[in-house]
Design a protein around this ligand. Structure first.
Ligand SMILES: CC(=O)SCCNC(=O)CCNC(=O)[C@H](O)C(C)(C)COP(=O)(O)OP(=O)(O)OC[C@H]1O[C@@H](n2cnc3c(N)ncnc32)[C@H](O)[C@@H]1OP(=O)(O)O
Length: 659
């Protein structure tokens, strides 16, 4: 089952201890984001399976299993909550776990992300309690993050000038992004109540936080170059080229494909692969140099396929070392600035960067993006199995597999008998035939030959035509590729669009969800129906959205009025017929009557009701008409059907009151 991210929000990120969120707790920030996320997507709380909260310092205000506290604060008793901690990648880890659980059919909807108040919790927590024996043998395992950045700078020859230049560029990009309003749609406004004791007096104030606080318009290379190193006296790491300690929260909703389609939601992204790699703790900053290739390999992608990368800027020196080692084009990294300018609220960062990445990719209509931090994240999985004919095992690999990967592949072999040679644990060069010998308990031997073929697996996930075969004929939807793959239809008002099996053509070997033979209702013109087309490679996909509009209805409206006596009373009304309408539970009519009387206009509702087929209705209403003798009675009839208003004015000459 595919798991999709269907939406996400974050708070602004503020400076720890001196910023806008210094008066609010991490759980309150998280609850605020989750409430907004769930209500904006109109998710029924009863359908949420879990809340997974990344947090890097889960103690004190962030303790007591903060994940559960947050689920109680935001969604109520019935939704569970759990805390996960992978330090700076906690928010990303939460999304990875949510995606994996949904992919395994263990859940349909999980809220995942992270929150951190570095105002309330110092890095490392309140009690530093290392293992004495480990500290004795590996003191460097407990180095401060800043010192690890110094070691990376030394090992990878990152100069102070380069680190400052990188930091300056991060601020410039972030300031530009804020100016262009790039973060506006991802930030939830947070109202803060500050209670402070100033000179013994309790003061309460309220304010709203809507914008990231970190980027500095007053920074420049000269001022950066003058900042003193903060972690090592002769070092390169300063307050200006380190990530800022910050407060913030960010969450996404991860949903199964079936629930997403049922709710009519559009996928924003899918986590395709996620990898962790271990490196020496003393140079932890280079973690992505191992994690990124691992994640790419899982996804069957090359770095060149990834158009956007959010590389968490724990420190400029570390980000530069990673970028240079992996030979990433820096133009693709952190296009809207990174943590040096925008801040790094540890447990929140992975989810925050995911949301920023998705928004950027969507605006540029890009396909593959990557978030990487101390551990790397990326996209994609691949699964290949062999078919056995006699003793020949033919394995088809898709074209995404590289030659060097084929030269060193470790197979998974299920066999019966005593032993198999060579051992499946040893990688083999499968560019040529590889022979395996299976020996039974009685000493019989069977030889199997493994032949590898590389087939071209299609990455095409296109929908080329979408038609609806109706009583009134075949209607072809217009596919607008430039408008996010929308398929537009226009029908005469009243066309029966219930329970239709559309005729759909997609790329060869691709699959579509909902499946091709699914009956669908299309009549509701306020909703879009989404179809996900997945290519043969099982990773490439496109989402198509079907939109329906109606051409205006034809209708007849006949007015009438009757005088009831010589006093000023009359009955006015209308007989109307609506052409072309079929039974539709959504459509209702309202008839308004405006009668012009001596004292002004009198409006009454003539009638309301459901529209059935065939439809014809007469509505009459008695109204007191205070008009003068001999006056004509103009009466206006106004018919509304589901927001479409049709008006007609009648002059009822036959009513001459009092003559
Ligand atoms: C796995 C991982 O991700 S590891 C990373 C985990 N995170 C960390 O380790 C956090 C790293 N950062 C830090 O610890 C802190 O930011 C420190 C220790 C480097 C600096 O802390 P602070 O002194 O509180 O930094 P702060 O941002 O307040 O800056 C102090 C002063 O330096 C100067 N300054 C800082 N940045 C700039 C800049 N870009 N331009 C000009 N002046 C600057 C200012 O004078 C500033 O004071 P002001 O804000 O009142 O004007």
């Amino acid at each position: 089952m595919n798991a999709f991210i269907v939406g996400g929000y974050r708070t602004a990120v503020t400076k720890s201890s001196k910023g806008g969120f210094r008066h609010i707790r991490a759980d309150e920030l998280a609850a605020r984001v989750i409430k907004e996320l769930v209500s904006s997507l109109k998710i029924d709380v009863k359908e949420i399976d879990d809340v997974i909260v990344g947090n890097a310092t889960p103690e004190a205000e962030q303790g007591l299993q903060i994940g559960r506290m947050i689920s109680l604060m935001s969604l109520g008793i019935e939704v569970g909550g759990v805390t996960v901690n992978r330090y700076c990648a906690s928010g990303l880890e939460a999304i990875a776990i949510a995606s994996a659980r949904i992919s395994c059919n263990q859940a349909d909807c999980i809220i995942a992300g992270g929150t951190e108040s570095m105002t309330q919790l110092p890095m490392g927590g309140y009690k530093f309690a290392p293992s004495w024996s480990l500290a004795g043998s590996h003191g460097d395992y407990y180095l401060s993050m800043g010192l690890t950045a110094e070691l990376v700078a030394k090992e990878f020859k990152i100069s102070r000038e380069d680190a400052d230049m990188f930091a300056f560029s991060s601020h410039q990009k972030a300031l530009q992004a804020i100016k262009q309003g790039k973060f506006r749609n991802q930030i939830v406004a947070v109202d803060v109540e500050a209670v402070e004791f100033i000179e013994g007096e309790r003061r309460v104030s309220q304010y709203r936080v809507t914008e990231d606080e970190g980027p500095r318009s007053d920074t420049n290379l000269e001022v950066l170059s003058k900042l003193k190193p903060v972690f090592a006296s002769q070092g390169v790491v300063t307050a200006g080229n380190s990530s800022q300690t910050s407060d913030g929260a960010a969450f996404v909703a991860v949903m199964s494909e079936r629930m997403m389609l049922r709710m009519g939601l559009k996928p924003e992204a899918r986590l395709m692969s996620y990898s962790i790699a271990g490196v020496e703790p003393r140079t932890m900053g280079i973690g992505p140099t191992l994690a990124v290739p691992k994640a790419l390999k899982q996804a069957g992608l090359a770095l060149k396929d990834v158009s956007q990368i959010e590389l968490n800027e724990a420190f400029s020196a570390q980000a530069l070392a990673v970028g240079r080692t992996l030979d990433i084009d820096f133009e693709r990294i952190n296009v809207n600035g990174g943590a040096v300018a925008l801040g790094h609220p540890l447990g929140c960062t992975g989810a925050k960067l995911t949301i920023q990445l998705i928004h950027e990719m969507r605006s540029k209509k890009e396909k593959f993006g990557m978030v990487t931090a101390c551990v790397g994240g990326g996209q994609g999985v691949a699964d290949r199995k062999g078919s056995i004919v006699n003793q020949d095992i033919n394995v088809s690999l898709d074209a995404t597999m590289t030659e060097s990967q084929i030269r060193s592949l470790r197979p998974t072999i299920v066999y019966s008998g005593l032993s198999i040679t060579p051992s499946p644990d040893i990688p083999q060069d499968f560019s040529d035939v590889v022979t395996y010998v299976v020996e039974s308990e009685s000493g019989n031997k069977l030889t199997y030959r493994v032949n590898i073929g590389v087939e071209n697996v299609s990455r095409e996930a296109n929908l080329s035509s979408f038609s609806l075969n109706l009583e009134s004929g075949l209607f072809n939807g217009t596919i607008e590729k430039n408008e996010g793959n929308t398929i537009n239809f226009s029908f005469p008002f009243g066309t029966n669009l219930k329970g239709i099996i559309p005729i759909i053509q997609i790329s060869p070997n691709a699959t579509i969800n909902p499946p091709i033979d699914t009956q669908m209702d299309f009549y509701d013109d306020t909703k879009q129906r989404h179809y996900v087309v997945t290519a043969q490679d099982k990773t490439t996909y496109n989402v198509y959205s079907v939109s329906i509009s109606y051409t205006p209805i034809t209708f007849g409206l006949v007015g009438g009025a009757t005088q009831l006596g010589s006093t000023a009373f009359a009955t006015v009304g209308a007989l109307f017929q609506v052409g072309g309408l079929k039974d539709n539970p959504l459509w209702k009519y309202t008839l308004m009557i405006d009668a012009y009387t001596a004292s002004g206009t009198l409006s009454v509702t003539g009638g309301t009701g459901r529209i059935n087929n065939p439809f014809s209705e007469s509505v009459w209403k008695t109204i007191a008409l205070l008009i003068g003798i001999g006056r004509q009675l103009p009466v206006k009839l106004k018919l509304s059907i589901e927001g479409l208003t049709h008006e007609k004015t009648y002059e009822f000459n036959n009513i001459q009151i009092g003559n």
